[in-house]
Design a protein around this ligand. Structure first.
Ligand SMILES: Cc1cc2nc3c(=O)[nH]c(=O)nc-3n(C[C@H](O)[C@H](O)[C@H](O)COP(=O)(O)OP(=O)(O)OC[C@H]3O[C@@H](n4cnc5c(N)ncnc54)[C@H](O)[C@@H]3O)c2cc1C
Length: 215
């Protein structure tokens, strides 16, 4: 896709058709902006490009495992585990108390989260079960179903949510949010200086841009 903001009206070309308007609100995830999957003509100014480059897009992947019945302590919601590989299955959530379901959700974060995306579903489930068997013993059953996310490989996400990478500054969030020529407006969680990484941050950024346009 491409955004042409060289004229009086902004033109957007996509594989679903072309659009034009007086203004464009861009809520692309930081990961998508980083990859340059959407081109801008003219190029965005240097501070915005620097912010896109320096701010980090993190990865947190989920693997839901459904079992025939609960074999873990039913009264516990969060299970913490110290893995030998950083970020690997270090946190689990039980859906027993919240939803009365025999489901455990395991997380892989950061580098390990990125790494597992190239593994097959079977390899991911088997790695999860190795960890659970370390915690609960070898006799626990295999899951009857699973659901796995791969946020870094998702072309419409390219990561889970932004973080302050080493070398980035809070001002870069403002640079990312900066409106260009009263034509290109930027919203989305990564543009929120205080509440980045969150749903409410994304929501607040939408309100900010709406206020700016209505003013
Ligand atoms: C595993 C995980 C757990 C999380 N947990 C929490 C939590 O507990 N609490 C919390 O507050 N937040 C949490 N978040 C973060 C929260 O989900 C995000 O911060 C929020 O959804 C970001 O909203 P957004 O509108 O900025 O981006 P998104 O919701 O990612 O919206 C971006 C939109 O752009 C579209 N898009 C992308 N590329 C293109 C393209 N090339 N062309 C056209 N459209 C495109 C996408 O399809 C999408 O609709 C979590 C996120 C993840 C992944």
């Amino acid at each position: 896709s491409s955004v042409d903001w060289s004229g009086d009206r902004v033109l957007v070309k996509t594989n679903q058709g072309n659009y034009s308007g007086d203004r464009l609100i861009i809520t692309l995830p930081l990961g998508v902006l980083k990859r340059g999957d959407v081109s801008f003509s003219p190029a965005m100014p240097a501070p915005k490009r620097a912010a896109i480059q320096a701010l980090g897009m993190g990865v947190l992947n989920k693997c839901y495992l459904r079992f025939a019945k609960v074999f873990w302590p039913a009264e516990i919601d969060w299970l913490e585990h110290i893995p030998s590989r950083r970020g690997e299955w270090n946190e689990w959530v039980s859906f027993k108390r919240a939803a009365n379901l025999p489901i455990l959700l395991g997380f892989n974060a950061a580098d390990r989260g990125r790494e597992i995306e190239s593994l097959s579903d079977q390899a991911i489930v088997s790695s999860a079960m190795q960890t659970l068997r370390k915690i609960f013993g070898s006799q626990i059953p295999d899951p009857v179903d699973y659901q796995i996310s791969r946020w870094a490989s998702d072309p419409f996400a390219r990561g889970s949510y932004s973080f302050n990478a080493l070398g980035s500054t809070p001002n870069m969030r403002d640079d990312l949010a900066e409106t260009l020529d009263e034509m290109l407006y930027f919203a989305g969680e990564a543009t929120e200086r205080e509440h980045f990484s969150t749903t409410h941050g994304a929501y607040l950024s939408g309100l900010r841009v709406a206020d700016e346009i209505m003013a």
